[in-house]
Design a protein around this ligand. Structure first.
Ligand code: SAH
Ligand code: DHB
Ligand code: MG
Length: 221
């Protein structure tokens, strides 16, 4: 079968913009070899995060959900040399693989992985705030709480990015037993209606999922 038009369009974007290079490819492979799930961001979202980091002149980034460091490497590379990422990860094993991957990618000195449930780590970060960009990509049922923390740890102009906000449409009418879809729906609703946020969802992954991008407004705006 010849490629469908949207496949050709995907390939066009891929060829022009998404050469991930050796370090990112190896980061994916090492995570896979360690038996970790292949749920890192697609390269197109990595590239979008890098554009947002650069465009917002970010120096301090907070990531919730490190996995093997794939999204972290994309963001770290877009930071200036004195830029820093704090990345929160529940699993000590994921954190170990990620630290190795950050070293191998040459950004080990820019990224600090903190192990534990993010809801326990977030209250300890106030002295390191405000962050210039906050990327939320961990357990979906806690997304509403992560959004509240993200706003607390922000300044006017901070970008808050949330992955997996469409989940194949499961968020439209979340099933009673789907805590993840319920959490994401509530996250989207709060982001859309929050007086201190401008927000939008960009569908990705062929429309099957999406990313929410919000900018924090001035208190008086
Ligand atoms: N941002 C990564 C993918 C993250 S996958 C990338 O694109 O490369 C989600 C990660 O969140 C997993 O590693 C999982 O262990 C972690 N996680 C799940 N629950 C968590 C929690 N309560 N606190 C912190 N991290 C959590
Ligand atoms: C899952 C989590 C993610 O962050 C993602 O991008 C894809 C899948 C998951 O938990 O299944
Ligand atoms: Mg994700």
């Amino acid at each position: 079968m010849p490629p469908q038009p949207n496949e050709r369009i995907e390939a066009y974007i891929q060829d022009l913009f998404l050469e991930e290079g050796e370090a990112l490819r190896q980061a994916r492979e090492r995570a896979q070899e360690a038996g970790m799930p292949g749920i890192h961001v697609p390269a197109a979202l990595g590239a979008l995060l890098a554009v947002l980091v650069r465009g917002n002149s970010a120096h301090k980034i907070l990531e919730i959900g490190t996995l093997g460091g794939y999204s972290g490497i994309w963001m770290a590379r877009a930071l200036p040399p004195d830029g820093r990422i704090i990345s929160l990860e529940l699993s000590a094993k994921h954190a170990d693989v990620a630290r190795q991957n950050f070293q191998q990618a040459g950004v080990g000195n820019r990224v600090e992985v903190r192990v534990g449930p993010a809801l326990e780590t977030l209250p300890t970060l106030s002295h390191e705030a405000p962050f210039d960009l906050i990327f939320i990509d961990a357990d979906k049922d806690n997304y509403p709480a992560y959004l509240d923390w993200a706003i607390k740890l922000s300044r006017p102009g901070t970008l808050i990015v949330g992955d997996n906000v469409l989940r194949g449409g499961a968020i439209i009418d979340p099933a009673p037993d789907d805590a993840g879809a319920q959490g994401i729906h509530e996250f989207n609703r709060r982001a859309a209606t929050h007086p201190r946020l401008d927000a939008i969802i960009l569908p990705n992954r062929d429309g099957r999922d999406g990313v929410l991008i919000a900018a924090v407004k001035d208190e008086r705006a």
